[in-house]
Design a protein around this ligand. Structure first.
Ligand code: F0G
Length: 460
């Protein structure tokens, strides 16, 4: 007789070294957030209790990653750590050229400096903020072609990160000569951490290649995406995650990567591609600002930690726990009546602030209002992904973003289930006062990526 499986999906690790959290009072936090001009990026991290600002570079490294750090070789050129890193990348993404960078946006800057420029158009399912900013910085236009369900927080679809193939086809038919490449963000971070199906990737790859265009993956959360494919896509349930990842990369011509996400690094990234000429151009740009091609802005020890992280992140035990623990938070918030993007994303829960705070108009930043309230009430730091982030356009105009979201990003292997139970309890307290939360006015903003440094004040 086989035994029934246990229901509890627990952390598939135990704790090896710990960091203290500093408790603070609501009065103290109200003062601190006012001093930070209501921009949570401006807080001191010590004044945050549970930091869900990002899952980027904030994960806990494993014992074996710390051991790999000791193995790092800091030779300027030809370090053995580079070859260990390159081979670990190629094991999953067998591209001809692997160019390390200090983080994902450096890979984006180099790629778009090489192929972007005025008059060019770069489509994606949804560009992440730094990707969009790096495209626009070259004078090119970044456009988002995610499927309609991907823009509706309440629509249920297993792959809300998919690209609208019809819109891609028409864009290429009308303006093909202006399109240097197609990007696909997996998972689709700005659209709710939603996955892209293998079927859709095949579709995008076929269309791109029929038009003679390369396809690049923005692959930060490739392992979470592959797990969703295994769980949700017909015929994929028996496959190993590395095998799915290799199929994803075989459909593309290159990738940009922030190694601060699924590769479990505290820093790092890379650009990988097959095109020899473009790789030569990119390496020359790399040398200008990042460093020699065998370290590219990283220390040898970082390269070794990433090589080990890549082996760990494709573990089925890890991914089962990771995806379940995110859904655990989303399910609990839903039970409180706090509507979230459905289904839950891989790395984060996205609260629909527009639905929650209908009394705050989009350009008074309902997402910012909710994020400030979560901090004031419980010391939780989250991130607005709405009109504060995306409401200003390159031509200087301002208009509401497609969605007004607050992202609770969950760092990898860092917080436990009781931390998340506390987060849910804070959310419950905020629910009780939600109708009284004020909107915000942006007082000062920079020309690009305004959400990082803008200052705000509450209205009324
Ligand atoms: N692409 C995606 C999909 C990302 O989520 C990020 C970073 C980047 C590119 C840029 O990588 O930070 O290493 O330069 N996302 C972080 C976040 C910052 O909080 O979602 P980076």
């Amino acid at each position: 007789m086989t035994e029934a499986p246990f229901r509890t999906v627990f952390e598939p690790f135990r704790i090896h070294s710990v960091e203290p959290l500093r408790m603070t009072s609501a009065t103290y936090r109200r003062e601190k957030v006012r001093e930070a001009a209501y921009n949570l990026f401006q807080l001191h991290a010590l004044d945050v209790i549970i930091d869900l600002l990002t899952d980027s570079g904030t994960g806990a490294m494993s014992r074996d990653q710390w051991a790999a750090i000791q193995h790092g070789d800091e030779s300027y050129a030809g370090s053995p750590s580079f070859f260990i890193f390159r081979d670990a990348v190629r094991e999953l993404f067998p591209f001809a050229h692997v160019i390390p960078t200090h983080q994902g946006r450096a890979a984006e800057r180099i790629l778009f400096q090489a192929i972007g420029g005025p008059g060019k158009i770069i489509p994606s399912n949804t560009h992440f903020d730094t990707t969009r900013a790096n495209v626009e910085f070259t004078g090119a236009e970044a456009i988002d072609l995610v499927i309609a369900e991907g823009r509706d927080p309440a629509a249920l679809h297993p792959f809300k990160g998919n690209m609208d193939l019809g819109r891609l086809e028409s864009l290429l038919a009308e303006r093909g000569s202006d399109v240097p490449c197609i990007m696909m963000t997996v998972t689709n971070n700005s659209g709710g951490g939603q996955p892209v199906s293998l079927e859709n990737l095949h579709g995008v790859s076929d269309i791109a290649h029929r038009h003679g265009k390369p396809l690049y993956l923005d692959a930060c959360r490739f392992a979470e995406n592959a797990w969703f494919i295994r769980e949700r896509e017909a015929g994929q349930g028996e496959r190993e995650v590395p095998d799915i990842v290799r199929e994803m990369s075989a459909l593309a011509d290159g990738m940009t990567m922030s190694a601060k996400k699924d590769p479990m690094g505290n820093i790092g990234g890379w650009l990988a591609l097959d095109d020899d000429d473009l790789a030569r151009t990119c390496r020359n740009l790399l040398i200008l600002t990042e460093g020699f091609p065998t370290y590219g802005g990283l220390a040898g020890r970082d390269l070794e930690a990433l090589a080990q992280g890549l082996k760990e992140v494709v573990s089925h035990d890890f991914l089962r726990y990771r995806i379940r623990s995110t859904a655990y938070v989303a399910d609990a918030l839903e039970r409180l009546g706090m509507s979230c993007i459905k289904p839950a994303g891989g790395h984060a829960v996205y609260i629909d602030a527009k639905a929650l705070l209908p009394h705050i108009p989009p350009l008074q930043f309902p997402g910012q209002a909710l994020a400030v309230a979560l901090y004031e009430h419980g010391g939780i730091r989250s991130c607005e992904i709405g009109s504060a982030m995306f409401g200003r356009h390159p031509d200087g105009t301002e208009s509401p973003a497609e969605m007004e979201l607050v992202r609770l990003a969950i760092p990898r292997r860092t917080y436990t289930q009781s931390h998340m139970d506390y987060v849910v309890e804070v959310a419950e307290r905020v629910m009780a006062v939600k109708d009284d939360l004020p909107g915000y006015r942006m007082v000062q903003e920079p020309a690009q990526l305004r959400h990082f440094t803008a200052t705000f004040e509450p209205i009324g």
